[in-house]
Design a binder for this molecule. Sequence first.
Ligand code: TZP
Ligand code: MG
Length: 209
Amino acid sequence: MISFTYKLYLVISEADCKGKNMIAVARQAIKGGVDIIQLREKNASVTEFTTKALQLKALADEYHIPLIINDNLMVAEHVNAAGIHVGNNDLPPAEIRREWNVANKIIGYSIEYIEQLHNEQMEAADYLGISPVFGTATKTDTVTEWGLEGITTIRQLTTKPLIAIGNMQLNNVKAVINAGADCIAVVSAICSASNPEKAAYDLKNEIIK
Ligand code: TZP
Ligand code: MG
């Protein structure tokens, strides 16, 4: 089991950067305080996904932070990512653990239903994503809006690191941490910011203060 000490998790795709260069946005975000990054490309071909993953891996290596790949184990293995993040409808964590036979890889698992906290999949995961905490325009096909109460409920059911995602903003991250989350994951609060470095810096300070 890995030790998960990260506090500010950037989830990024080319589309989320809305015309800006994704690698430039990611670099600024890392300079501001992002300490783990996930490439989440929903509509890219495997070739495009791999190309972007390689670029982001080089950047992550430069700053010595982990790169996580969303959903695609082939891409994660190919670029030697630090880990993979999956949801309820993806390759299950226990299976990934068997296939990707490397002990120190990080496996993240999104919790969308409370029942998932009682299945073997969550046992195989290194961290759990609370998905989503609040409703967000970035991802609309969601099941449960956990809210602060949901975080507290999940906190009581597991000791695994909890990553909060879904409309995380400067004015709510502290409450989310106080409710029991260990780490905050964001897309738009950084990718859509006019100054991603400052946005990351402010979020990080708010989380750790
Ligand atoms: N999973 C649950 S909500 C979400 C994902 C990928 C999107 C979060 O985006 P934002 O812009 O930080 O609300
Ligand atoms: Mg998925």
